[in-house]
Design a protein around this ligand. Sequence first.
Ligand code: FMN
Length: 195
Amino acid sequence: MKILGILGSPRPNGNTATLLRHVLEGAAAQGATTTTISANKLTVRACQSCNACKKTGQCVLKDDMQELYGKINEADAVIFASPNYMGGISGNLKPVIDRLYSYISVTETGELRTMIKSPKKVALLITQNAPEEYTHYIEAFTPLRGILHLIFQGNFDTLVELLVAPAMKGPQSVANNAQLLQKANTTGAELVQPK
Ligand SMILES: Cc1cc2nc3c(=O)[nH]c(=O)nc-3n(C[C@H](O)[C@H](O)[C@H](O)COP(=O)(O)O)c2cc1C
């Protein structure tokens, strides 16, 4: 099983990177092959809303997203990991997520369908300063979880798995939270298990 982690934090050793690493280690311990891509190192332009992808299934923009599409297509599971920036995902990850639009087709009756060739497991990891009690922060990711589920699994019925690391007070907060690291390991192991 191939698992692709896409890191949305610019900090290579920050909370999000550490959390993602532990999820991937949990998966690797179950036999998965894992790869991490840092969105901060990619040049991914914003979606131009040209809708060319609706005719061909392909994005016409020629940048690092093309290689990432290839890696996503090859993966059995994809993990998106982002710090919470201003109530949403980071600017590094946002163009990547927007460019997943090329996987969505719209039927004549306006229904959304995925064009992904093979369904994949998908998870969203979020680290944030806000404590767990700020539930509206977590709820803000509900629409994205539905969209990711549509793209990777084919429907809106279920939300993708979400792992939130709250109350991060510095870049090493995750590394000092054994309970959270254990949860990350378990999440990774579960991604490898058959549904
Ligand atoms: C530009 C920016 C915006 C942020 N906005 C929020 C926010 O809206 N809510 C929040 O809880 N934390 C916010 N934070 C804090 C980060 O989400 C938190 O520190 C996170 O753990 C950083 O992840 P990293 O260590 O992987 O970089 C923000 C941090 C930055 C730099």
